[in-house]
Design a binder for this molecule. Sequence first.
Ligand SMILES: Cc1cc2nc3c(=O)[nH]c(=O)nc-3n(C[C@H](O)[C@H](O)[C@H](O)COP(=O)(O)OP(=O)(O)OC[C@H]3O[C@@H](n4cnc5c(N)ncnc54)[C@H](O)[C@@H]3O)c2cc1C
Length: 484
Amino acid sequence: MRQPSKAADQEGPAILWFRRDLRLSDQDAVQAAVGGKTPVIPVFILDDAKAGDWKAGGAARWWLHHSLTSLAGSLQKAGSGLVLRRGESAENILALVREVGAGSVHTGVMPEPWERAADAALANALAGMGCTLHCHRTALLHDPEAVTTQAGKPFSVFTPFAHAFSRVTHPAPPGPMPTRIPSPALPRSDKLVDWALLPSIRWDAEIAAHWTPGEAGAAERLQHFIAEAAAQYDFGRNAVAEAGSSSLSPHLHWGEISARQVWAALDEAPAGAGVAAFRRELIWREFTAHVLWHHPSVPDEALRPEFRTFPWRRDARALRAWQRGMTGVPIVDAGMRQLWSIGWMHNRVRMITASFLVKHLLLPWREGEAWFWDTLVDADLPNNSVNWQWVAGCGADPSPFFRIFNPVLQGKKFDPEGAYVRRWVPELAGLDTRFIHEPWAAPDVALRTAGITIGKTYPAPLVDLAEGRARALAALRQTVGRAA
Ligand SMILES: Cc1cc2nc3c(=O)[nH]c(=O)nc-3n(C[C@H](O)[C@H](O)[C@H](O)COP(=O)(O)OP(=O)(O)OC[C@H]3O[C@@H](n4cnc5c(N)ncnc54)[C@H](O)[C@@H]3O)c2cc1C
């Protein structure tokens, strides 16, 4: 990762280029631009073409609209504003540098492969104009290439990565929020509303009721988590019906709060297993960025070559039933409907729904990855792709191939009263708790009392769970056996 250049900047304003680091506090690019004592021009560029298939999906675009609104408001309070431009980002930066005679550009390093390639070319082009590109670490606790094995190689397994990471990680205290950002009259800006990031058919009511995008919303959520849930996180995070996890993922993805701020805030929580378990999840986030950094193809291709010819099924009807939460397996349907409704799904249920798709239904992990990408407000390239490959067993540090979650047992264990299923699959709400995770096994009288007709008011399971499991094991054994 490129470090802030030591080269002296030319005269002229500094361009402060926001990417997925949409905050003012503890933001090294902001600090450096403001500390340069020249006027600062804050800019955000929407560059869909560069990201190709991985341009922000529908739910993420909703978030981005509101996050940019919030950032623009904070910049205005600090005496500045936000310039919005759309199109190829390097071209836009070069045009802006020419327009305002900028001497430096400050931005954050992003782990996405297309950003890295474009940054290298942009640095050269800017140097030719006498302008310096400064790339700061704004998204992660560590540079993805700073943690290595003793042989200096990247890690492919999480646990040794976490050990090495903990040895080198002592994050500095978070930096301040600038009170004033000296800005000249800002250049022309697009209007956010013209970007049409909000849906034209308004499916976002529940998402809007659930989330507060922006730096203030992120800080509030963090404080709430530290006060209410951090100490019990080690077991609370698995109770799928409770708010036992932080729900910080979209805020972290968009950089409305820094990993360093979250790490430091944990010092305020009662020390213990909860805090240690939570720090481990933050390290998972660093690990997925590390994997993407060293394996840029991870979003598109199985890391284990033997899985590139895996006999995935094609079944559009089954895929659609999974996407819509109509598989007939309650915990899976509850998760998929939670996702559709609020743009987020509990981590335990992400694992269950993903496992059901790739194992019981034997549908390609890339179909699941793409659906999550479009529907999650926290859709994050490294976290999404590495976790999908983990569940499918084809990734850097895969879950063992014979590990096939039984959705009924998972439901009984992590949603013992069925509260999560009742919340998201209301047509099952009246069913006796004994059958809530397997309504097909309920006696007629229990179904009648709850007003349920399997196959009519709620679907019959798409696949017999034992048969689906056996089919997946056979395909996996063949693939893994061939490679052994
Ligand atoms: C198939 C699948 C797809 C996923 N896709 C995404 C995604 O697109 N974006 C995303 O942010 N997370 C993804 N995750 C990881 C995880 O499910 C979410 O980060 C978590 O549920 C977010 O809720 P939270 O903020 O309450 O998490 P908490 O439990 O409070 O964890 C705190 C933070 O740690 C990080 N984290 C937690 N679990 C993981 C993990 N397994 N891998 C990497 N980082 C983690 C997240 O930034 C999270 O906000 C995925 C997991 C699976 C199994």
